[in-house]
Ligand binder design. Structure first.
Ligand code: MG
Length: 443
């Protein structure tokens, strides 16, 4: 079988023909290399399709133009492929990793993850990165011969970006010298995995500026005054196009920022790799530090932007308001399913690891399915009485307020005052006609 990219690959790139293989051995596909096949399995998975209805930062129904986990993953894949091609790394592998990297995210973004982690604190916790791995290793049910997607070691390695020592030891016990090993030994993943990590950071920094301004929670003036790096690109854009204004100015500024970061990673990485003369992906893994990197000034600039976004967007009072609702929903669902597991589909309620089964079920939900389930279970009096499902969150459930909003897709022009979609409308539940979800509906 020929590999289209193999001819142009650097010696330190990952080569599918040298893959450490799959957990269940399979014959090679006649027309696709193993990383292509991984990518295709990811695209066809249910977890991938659910990303379209999962929150990135802004809740799914707050506007049609905000990023979702799906569009975020596509942007990460685009950036990673573009850098991989320049660096002669394997494009199919970076695409597979990028498209799968967020499969384990809960509904409602980081608020959902924090809430589920809190619910699971006595049962091993919850971490979206490890959950992405659980999705591709166990939770997808599509193939006759194995659970999960049976991806190659290299794709799985890229998906598991972080891992605590205790969890790494658990992984290592199940899979000796496998995915947990690098967190125990302090070694590195492939260059393709390292690249996806940076592509993720570049993507969310850029699109969160765009979405933040679109939502009205951030303004260009505020960014210019507080983030010198942003101001630098704003002025540069203005010098190039003196007539530019409004959203075109913002987009051109973001575009310039994106390009400069991509060029910076390519140049810095290339310059770092050159004198080392590495001859294999194995040498990359045993090198003491990550080799795909920003230059020091770019790293500092990116960090400053991240800190700004964290303080002014992710912790904006109106974002936090929605966070509280999200936490309530996740906590209520967790209590309800642990109390009455038969409210979950059989494949989950039949499991003996009850709390983990509940966490797996909830983590797989889209925002709207979680809302629908919350509405269904809130109306069910035994649970309400027994576990005190949050009454605050019940108000408004079952009424999709976005249906009443004449202009649900907020554009750049919507300022905070028009953003009625924050807070109260977070309570938007299912559409009235679908209010009574079928018991055991699979998310
Ligand atoms: Mg991501």
């Amino acid at each position: 079988m020929t590999d289209f990219y193999a001819s142009g690959l650097a010696p330190y790139a990952s080569d599918p023909l040298l893959s450490r293989g799959r957990r269940v051995a399979e014959a090679l596909a006649p027309t696709r290399n193993d990383f292509q096949r991984d990518r295709d399995r990811i695209v066809h998975s249910s977890a991938f399709r659910r990303l379209v209805y999962k929150t990135q930062v802004f809740l799914n129904h707050e506007g049609d133009l905000f990023r979702t986990r799906l569009t975020h993953s596509l942007e990460v894949a685009q950036l990673a492929r573009s850098m991989a091609r320049s660096l002669n790394l394997h494009e199919d592998l970076v695409e597979a990793i990028a498209l799968a990297h967020d499969l384990g995210h809960t509904p409602f973004g980081h608020a959902g993850q924090d809430a589920l982690n809190h619910c699971m604190r006595e049962f091993g916790g919850f971490e979206h990165n490890l959950q992405s791995l659980r999705v591709v290793d166990f939770l997808e049910e599509r193939y006759a011969l194995f659970d999960g997607l049976n991806l190659t070691f290299e794709t799985r390695e890229g998906i598991l970006k972080h891992c605590g020592l205790a969890q790494a030891r658990e992984l290592d016990a199940r899979e000796p010298a496998g995915l947990g090993a690098r967190f125990i030994n302090g070694t590195q993943p492939s260059l393709e995995a390292q690249l996806c990590n940076l592509a993720d950071e570049i993507a969310y920094n850029a699109h969160d500026i765009d979405d933040g301004v679109r939502s009205g929670l951030l303004s260009m003036e505020q960014l210019r005054a507080n983030v010198p790096w942003f101001e630098h690109y704003c002025s540069k854009t203005l010098a190039l196009y003196p007539q530019i204004q409004g959203r075109r100015w913002l987009f051109e500024t973001i575009r310039l920022m994106l390009s400069e970061q991509v060029y910076d990673v390519i140049e810095t990485t290339r310059a770092g790799l050159l004198p080392l003369g590495l001859q294999s992906a194995a040498e990359v893994r045993s090198f003491p530090e990550a080799l795909v990197a920003f230059s020091v000034p770019m790293q500092e600039a990116s960090l400053a932007l991240k800190q700004f976004l964290s303080a002014n967007l992710y912790r904006h009072p109106r974002v936090l308001q929605t966070t509280d609702y999200a936490k309530e929903i996740i906590r209520d669902l967790f209590l309800a399913y642990v109390h009455t597991p038969t409210e979950m589909p059989e494949s989950f309620h039949a499991r003996h690891d009850r709390e983990r089964a509940v966490a797996d079920y909830i983590a797989g939900m889209t925002d709207r399915f979680a809302a629908k389930e919350h509405h269904r279970l809130s109306a069910w009096s035994p649970l309400k009485a027994g576990h005190g499902l949050a009454t605050g969150a019940q108000e408004g459930w079952g009424v999709d307020r976005s249906l009443q909003d004449p202009n649900p897709s907020s554009g750049l022009s919507s300022g905070p005052s028009s953003g009625s979609s924050f807070g109260p409308s977070f309570g938007s539940g299912p559409r009235p006609e679908s209010g009574g979800a079928t018991k055991g509906d699979t998310p």
